[in-house]
Design a protein around this ligand. Structure first.
Ligand code: PLP
Length: 486
């Protein structure tokens, strides 16, 4: 049975608050000034419920979802890490949570200092020269970076450069962002080692190529070992190299995209620097560039003016605004707190643990789910589900009954893989999980595999005990998300 929406639970004249009838004339009360024509002439149509109805409604809804606060969440390509609650608390400080975007800019020096310090920290971590914090998500950071790239070639008068090269392992947002910026995409095949096929790359490299967008490590969890060679070839061709930094947490503190030769990057703060991530946001996708592209970054930027960080709107060459005000500042506060709380050593340790945890899972599950590629993985591993007695889509649904969120399944819409990886699972434990927690996940995988051998029906009809089971069976929501043939 589908749970009733809060509107369906409404009962006439029930209220959670008692407001004494106020007796004031329009426009009289302090700070409220409205004209008769601005008032609604029909009721607003909000549901009428008591406070306890509302609390129960939302508490019950929250229990129907498996989140990182309930149990392990090894969903690949998403880095659903634990988010320190301290960061939420700091983001809610009055000086951040209660500022109004239209209040005078000189009344919030703390916000500008925080944004400036965060920009500087991200530039340092990624090896870039300038950073904008405006983009609202990773995909939006891609869009911003590609607008900068487009502007660069417009300035050079090279308007023929309309092609973006994208490996076939890329996240689906890469070609989407390129298309939105007016580029056409050429997709580059992956070789047998899981890396970008260099012959296919050379075959596409010509005077019409604006840039190559590459995720390193890729969505296969593999480090692109030819990256310096690739950067050289791209630059020799007069093109630019774009870094999709969604997987930055596999290299943060160890190496920097700026040093690998990337000209433009975005990172996903909600994947690498904490912030609850899921249900569509909010996130932040800071975009960084090398100095020669800095003039094109969105306006305004925060930079020291007379020694004090403040917004600078005087940017004649900017691509314009990509987001109202300064982006998702409350998400950015969390990212800043995460960086400060961990420090340089802590960020590096987080990276090392993320990589160690993924390799541990890969080795422990090797007999059940062999790795798609033999080399050590980075922060996530791609495992073959081919020898399972059931479909991967059913297998991962059964995991929910045992308290583990499904890993990313090939064809899940998030990752766009080549056919030969069908039935593969992308597992990303993140640095958060302890060895006990990883062993728990591994044991649940084995439990489902044992069951698949003796009672495949149990797997095919899963989930059974998860609180969402009824909804799933009725609405086939799950299948529409996870069916690999979808
Ligand atoms: C998640 C992801 C994106 C998109 O980021 P959003 O913040 O979800 O918009 C882009 N590329 C890769 C590799 C990703 O994993």
């Amino acid at each position: 049975m589908t749970p009733k929406s809060i509107f369906k639970k409404s009962r006439p004249n029930v209220s959670g608050a008692s407001i004494v009838d106020a007796d004031f004339q329009l426009g009289e009360s302090i700070g409220v000034c409205c004209e008769a024509e601005d008032l609604r002439d029909a009721p607003i149509g909000l549901p009428e419920l008591s406070e306890i109805d509302v609390v129960r409604h939302f508490t019950n809804l929250s229990r129907q979802a498996h989140g990182v606060d309930n149990g392990p969440y090894p969903l690949g390509s998403c880095t659903m890490k634990y988010n320190p609650k301290r960061n939420d608390k700091l983001a809610m400080l009055d000086g951040f949570g209660k500022v109004h975007p239209y209040q005078p800019s000189d009344s919030m020096p703390g916000v500008w200092s925080m944004l400036w310090n965060l920009q500087t920290a991200i530039a340092e971590i990624t090896g870039m020269d300038a950073v904008t914090l405006q983009p609202a998500a990773g995909a939006h950071g891609e869009f911003t970076g590609l607008l900068v790239m487009k502007k660069h070639f417009e300035k050079l008068g090279q308007t023929n450069r309309k092609v973006i090269l994208i490996p076939d392992t890329a996240h689906g947002t890469n070609p989407a962002s390129a298309a939105m910026c007016g580029f056409t995409c050429k997709i580059i095949a992956t070789n047998s080692k899981g890396l970008m096929d260099l012959d296919a790359f050379e075959a596409h490299l010509d005077e019409n190529v604006a840039g190559l967008m590459i995720t390193n490590p890729s969505t296969l969890g593999l480090f692109e070992e030819n990256i310096e060679h690739i950067a050289k070839r791209i630059h020799d061709n007069g093109s630019l190299l774009y870094y999709d930094g969604a997987n930055l947490n596999a290299i943060m503190g160890l190496i920097r995209p700026g040093d690998m030769g990337f000209d433009i990057i975005h990172i996903n703060t909600h994947k690498t620097l904490s912030t609850p991530h899921g249900g569509g946001g909010p996130g932040a996708g800071p975009c960084g560039v090398k100095a020669f592209l800095e003039p094109y970054l969105p306006t305004p930027v925060v930079r020291p003016i007379d020694g004090v960080p403040a917004p600078d709107c005087n940017r004649p060459e900017s691509v314009g605004k990509v987001k109202m005000h300064f982006g998702h500042v409350e998400v950015l506060v969390r990212a800043y707190c995460y960086i400060l709380a961990n420090g340089a050593i802590g960020l590096k340790t987080a990276t090392e643990n993320a990589v160690l945890n993924a390799n541990y899972m890969k080795h422990q599950l090797a007999d059940l789910l062999p790795a798609a590629f033999p080399q050590n993985c980075m922060h996530e591993c791609l495992l073959h589900g081919g020898s399972l007695k059931v479909r991967g889509a059913d297998f991962v649904k059964r995991l929910i009954d045992f308290g583990v969120h499904p890993p990313t399944l090939v064809g899940a819409g998030c990752v766009h893989f080549a056919e030969e990886f069908d039935e593969a699972m992308l597992i990303e434990p993140t640095e958060t999980e302890s060895i006990e927690s990883l062993d728990f996940v591994i044991e649940q995988f084995r439990k489902v595999a044992r069951e698949a051998a003796v009672a495949p029906y149990m797997i095919e009809t899963a989930p059974h005990s998860a609180s969402t089971a009824k909804i799933i069976h009725n609405e086939a929501v799950w299948m529409s998300i996870y069916d690999p043939n979808d």
